[in-house]
Design a protein around this ligand. Sequence first.
Ligand code: AHR
Length: 504
Amino acid sequence: MSVSASSKAQVYLDTHRTISPISPLLFSGFVEHIGRAVYEGIYEPASPHADERGLRKDVMAALREINYRSMRYPGGNFLSGYRWEDGVGPREQRPRRRDLAWQSIETNQFGTNEFIDFCKAINTEPMLGVNMGTGTIQDAANLIEYCNADVGSQYADLRASHGYTAPHAVKYWCLGNEMDGPWQIGHLEAAEYGAKAREAAKMMRWHDPSIELILCGSSNSNMPTYPEWDRVALEWCWDVVDYHSMHYYANNRDNDTASYLALSAEFESFVDTLTGVLRYVKAKKRSKHDVYLSWDEWNVWYKASGRTFDQGKWTQAPHLVEEVYNLEDALVVAQWMNVFLRKSDVLKIACIAQIVNVIAPMLTTSDSLLKQSTYYPFLLFSKLAAGSALDIVVRSPMYQTAKFGDMPLLDVSASYDAANNTNAIFIVNRSQTESVPLELKWQDRAPKSIKAVHQVSGTDPKAANSFENPNLITAVNVAAPSIDGQSATLMLPPLSFTAVEVAL
Ligand code: AHR
């Protein structure tokens, strides 16, 4: 809750008032066969940074630091035309194909097994998609047999012949990608998709009952079929799926920074609407089963090419949608992650789209790596948001936006880690000009100390890191205030994201 007040702000915290445990999968990533995400991003045998498998060691070090808990693959729009058999077995026998989604040449030198090796190398849980566009339910069943079955049948034995005797035990599976979108290869109406996804899910679960399945939801909240698509697909598949997906790409195309910095209002309303749909379908089905939300594509995307899809002109690893992120984008990413915590009762998976080169927190050349502004808020949430999300009360000065009316200057979330007796508070100051003094008030205890205060800030919302100037926007440690009884006061500079680490 946020209400207007004087120019000073307060956040009231009570560690008894929890929303939900924070699902670690909220800090997940997505890598697709598009542009230079796979090739020249994570896999580049010719790079001086490549290991013996061709994986980029510098990229993997940064991915390990950010600690993605799971990784969605291989798409995206690419998924809906992908034949998974192309990407397994001896590399010299793998076909070069035209990828119709991105009009690029796919060499298939990186496929399912290389992806699983890559996940192991960065200590992340694989999340695979099955093709619901050109793919059949049999193809989906074959892929799960290939990945998860013990040897002794055709596809499991094929995996073993490729050098992987033990099953990959992939737990998370996406039933297609953005099947509501007319741009999707093999696009389906909601009921057609629901019927197909249900049958695929049945076969997949018969191969491995331990898997968790993610249904396609609307591609974004502006789709003409939203939220009806979601209701229909969920009614078909309620009892056979575990998660319902949402996608959204934010933009500041109007160059209205005040409204752009208030976008968490839109993110929350997207979650709220889908929460309503989930409750409706659950009630209609008289079901005891729960389905949660998986925000498995989210990010800022508009400068590199807008929301229209780029074309690769039938080349390999073309430079597609290599978005450069600035300070205001980092503040939107931070708010997005605040929403993940505030909605942690229903939101259990979130994958930033994507992890390297293509709309990503990192860019590469063959011998160097750049961490963009958005790397830092993600890193701080991934490191500090543990335990349960707290239901806090925020009193904040307000400001006017053209898009959302009056909005609080501060956007805040908090976590409480009972196991380690720590607490973290995440705050965006949306003001472009004003510092805001903030009083943190713990209602149920006097904390021991503020361990650290990390901050991402700057004076120019458009400031961005570059290979020439890589540290313009980073996270720095600022002076930690002392605790005065049950409160502490800190000054939040304009255009800032602050993460406060507390020892309770
Ligand atoms: O992440 C880029 C693309 O955006 C994905 O392929 C698609 O699912 C979405 O429209």
